[in-house]
Design a protein around this ligand. Structure first.
Ligand code: ADP
Ligand code: MG
Length: 289
């Protein structure tokens, strides 16, 4: 392959809304046979809205809202934005900590508030009553992500947030499949929500409930099975997996960490451009030969 011919390919890429880090990236793009897709912010829009607030038995809903919104206003996660939205005059939060891929914690008046996946509260010794677990199941069966808020050693309520699949995702995935790629949905979210999104997007394989570190392992595992893996993601927690993949694709709408770790950026945050990139790489090399 002559460098000039490959540069023609990267120039065309820019026109299609694809930024390529170096012409040699196209070589790797051509060989990819599997595409791992992060769910939130990649296949979906990543703009969560609050669909329901369910207080635990005996819990005041206003207090639940206020304390959860206070802690989440310190987080940049799309779930946090949904929970914090529209709440003014919130109490100050101290010792805030982002528990990557699990949730958040912070203190209001010296009292710990913990918010995250139901398992997080249980692991930290919080009592999670049956009505709270039931509310989680109900919301998840509706395709929503349920997070639990708690303090003083017990879960106090559930927030259900909803996201939407990007309008272009199903078409993009259909095109990727026609190009011979096997799509895999990868997410820290729960299995029920992941399955619902996968079905809507036309993705057959789902790996759900993974921690941020688990995303790299999922890519490595596919590579160990002889797959040449592309990974598309947008989050800070996708960066390591994007770097591990044979081809890392970052959403231009995503975080700087993802864009830096990737080989290629889909400027408009549209997966259709991923299909264009694969097609382009194959065509470019055909012309060169
Ligand atoms: P994804 O892979 O879908 O981008 P993350 O790894 O960011 O998801 O988060 C995984 C799970 O951790 C979420 O589904 C949620 O249960 C929990 N979580 C993460 N951040 C927060 C937060 N700020 N507030 C509450 N829960 C959170
Ligand atoms: Mg994401």
């Amino acid at each position: 392959a002559t460098p000039t011919a490959l540069l023609v390919g990267t120039g065309r890429g820019a026109q299609l809304g694809i930024l390529i880090k170096g012409a040699e990236v196209l070589e790797r793009t051509r060989r990819v046979d599997t595409i791992v897709l992060d769910k939130t912010g990649t296949v979906t829009e990543g703009r969560m809205t609050l669909a329901a607030t369910v207080p635990a038995h005996g819990q005041d809903v206003e207090e639940l809202r206020r304390l959860a919104a206070a802690v989440e206003s310190a987080s940049e996660h799309p779930i946090a934005a949904a929970i914090a939205a529209g709440n003014a005059d919130l109490p100050p939060v101290t010792n805030f900590k982002n528990l990557e891929g699990l949730g958040v914690r912070g203190e209001v008046d010296g009292r710990e508030i913990l918010i995250g996946r139901p398992g997080l509260l249980r692991e930290r010794g919080y009592d999670v009553p049956a009505d709270v677990l039931e509310a989680c199941d109900t919301e998840e069966s509706r395709g929503r992500t349920a997070v639990v808020a708690g303090w003083d050693g017990a879960a106090r309520g559930v927030f259900a947030v909803a996201d939407r699949i990007r309008p272009t995702s199903a078409d993009a995935i259909a095109r990727l499949k026609r190009l011979g790629l096997h799509p895999v949905l990868l997410t820290g979210d729960n299995e029920t929500v992941a399955r619902a999104v996968a079905t809507e997007a036309g993705i057959d394989e789902v790996v759900a409930g993974v921690l941020p570190a688990g995303k790299v392992d999922a890519v490595k595992e596919l590579q160990a099975r002889g797959r040449v893996v592309a990974m598309a993601g947008d989050g800070v927690n996708d960066a390591a997996a994007l770097a591990q993949a044979d081809l890392g694709l970052a959403m231009g709408t995503g975080t700087d960490a993802a864009i830096e770790a990737a080989d290629l950026t889909l400027v408009r945050g549209d997966l259709t451009a991923a299909a264009d990139a694969i097609r382009l790489s194959r065509r470019t090399l055909t012309i060169i030969r």
